[in-house]
Design a protein around this ligand. Structure first.
Ligand code: ADP
Length: 481
């Protein structure tokens, strides 16, 4: 999941939780306020019932039993209030003494009082709370309050009952509004979250894009720091610092390679020349000549490696004297072929070059191009134990494609880009061949210098084809422009 989505979800979920906690808390508070208001009203009504009806003036239970309660003549809102208003009086043994409405039956069961009305049953517990019931469409929500009072020597209880439908309706409206508000809030939060987080993350995306545009040859480039004090600024400074360290390390490595190869070059050549002189001495026996021959061979390959390293460091520093001129590609390829045929013959693999033209003019530095092609063809022979290596030439618009095909060990597709990296060798255990992983990185740099490209096709354990594409000179007679 993307950081943007994750942050938006965290943001939305936490705000929703805060919203719900606040709404639940507020709903409880509202209910408490409303009910305490209703309870106050009920207590006042309790006193009022006893006072204004004249019940408090009575002397005994008998008088109360024969007392006729007359409803005050009320109008408007008061009349509406008393429509469902009710009260009962009972003694401490829960015997009903008086009820306001004759048509309603009341009964006490355990510590509960039950009202049997036409439309509803209500249960009120001794803590004088609520009870509601529905019959068909008609329902009432009631709240009751019990008060103790003295009538003569007797202690009696008066319970007044009030409908609180209006208050409950208010609560339900609040709940519904809160629920629909919650949905709208979540949607708004989600989209505003996405919007603001996208703005914040856009700087990080920009940094990623900028880093991706820095190629391995442009490690001296740095990211622009807009605001040093914010987190993005700190991150950018840290990345720039990392680039500084990488650049320094790479420069050190290049310097090291260049210095070491320079230091090795002269003594190696001297050593090789001395041994070559020595090997022709008549005083040596066969075994000594053979051993000296082996040493000279090793010195040749070391000499070649040092040369390669020097080429590489010069190409990397960009200070190799690159002198392109009109040269005949066929001549360069024939030189490569002639220098490698001995190795192919030695390995008993077929090595052929097929072309119909004697001359293909290209703008190239012949020394560099020779090295580039030599490395690729040498690899084809090196990594082929049986079968053949073939060099083919094809023209394609104003470009020439040199294909070096072999029937060797092949290269896995996911390694095709890596093999151009300096010192990279595919799992060395898969071939007995020696190498240092620098041939192809040199070839790639040289072909790039010539505005060409290398495309590889390979089937592991079957074949490999290196296609080297180069622009041809406009003066070529044979190639369609
Ligand atoms: P090395 O000195 O190891 O040959 P290179 O830079 O020339 O170094 O090649 C890099 C790696 O690419 C080699 O180690 C080898 O694994 C792989 N490779 C190059 N050419 C071929 C080929 N024709 N067939 C199979 N593998 C190859």
């Amino acid at each position: 999941m993307k950081i943007r989505t994750r942050l938006t979800l965290y943001f939305t979920v936490s705000f929703t939780i805060v919203y719900i906690i606040f709404a639940i808390g507020y709903a409880f508070y509202l209910k408490k306020v409303i009910l305490s208001f209703v309870d106050k009203q009920l207590l006042m009504t309790n006193e009022g019932v006893l006072k204004f009806s004249g019940i408090s003036d009575l002397k005994s239970i008998e008088e109360l039993k024969s007392f006729t309660f007359s409803m005050p003549n009320l109008k408007g809102a008061d009349k509406e209030f008393y429509k469902y208003f009710d009260f009962i009086i009972y003694d401490k043994n829960k015997n009903l003494i008086k009820k306001m409405r004759d048509e309603i039956d009341y009964s006490f069961e355990k510590d509960q009082v039950k009202f049997n009305m036409e439309y509803y049953n209500i249960v009120v517990d001794s803590n004088n709370t609520i009870f509601t019931n529905m019959t068909g469409d008609t329902y009432l929500i009631l709240r009751a309050k019990i008060n103790q009072f003295k009538l003569g020597n007797d202690t009696l209880y008066v319970m007044t009952i009030l409908p609180i439908n209006y208050e409950m309706h208010y609560m339900i409206t609040f709940r519904n509004r809160f629920l629909s508000g919650l949905l709208v809030t979540i949607i708004i939060l989600f989209f505003t979250g996405i919007f603001f987080i996208s703005i914040m993350l856009s700087s990080i995306n920009k940094i990623t894009r900028n880093i991706n545009t820095i190629s391995p040859h442009e490690l001296d480039k740095r990211l622009i720091v807009k605001n040093k004090s914010d987190e993005i600024g700190t991150l950018t400074i840290a990345i720039n610092g990392l680039f500084d360290r990488i650049e320094r390390a790479l420069n050190l490595e290049k310097q090291f390679v260049s210095d070491v190869s320079h230091e090795f070059k002269t003594p190696l050549t001297g050593l090789r020349l001395s041994l070559e002189r020595l090997v022709n001495s008549p005083n040596l026996n066969d075994e000594e000549s053979y051993q000296l021959g082996l040493s000279i061979e090793s010195l040749y390959s070391m000499d070649f490696l040092v040369k390669k390293l020097l080429y590489l460091s010069k190409l990397e520093e960009g200070n190799y004297p690159f002198h392109p001129e009109k040269v005949n590609l066929i001549e360069i390829l024939e030189k490569v072929y002639n220098n490698l045929i001995i190795i192919a013959d030695d390995k008993k693999i077929s090595f052929k070059m097929s072309h119909e033209m004697n001359e293909i003019l290209i703008n190239a530095d012949d020394e560099l191009l020779y090295i580039a092609l030599y490395n690729i063809v040498e690899n084809a022979i090196k990594y082929t134990d049986h079968g053949a290596v073939l060099i083919l030439l094809n023209t394609y618009h104003n470009r020439i494609v040199i294909s070096v095909e072999d029937t060797g060990i092949g290269i896995l597709n996911d390694k095709l880009d890596d093999i151009f990296e300096k010192f990279y060798r595919i799992d060395t255990s898969r071939s007995k061949t020696q190498g240092y992983g620098i041939g192809l990185s040199i070839s790639k740099r040289i072909i790039d210098l010539h505005n060409g490209k290398i495309v590889i096709e390979s089937i592991p354990s079957l074949k490999t084809c290196f296609n080297i594409e180069l622009p041809v000179d406009e003066s070529n007679k044979y190639i369609s422009q």
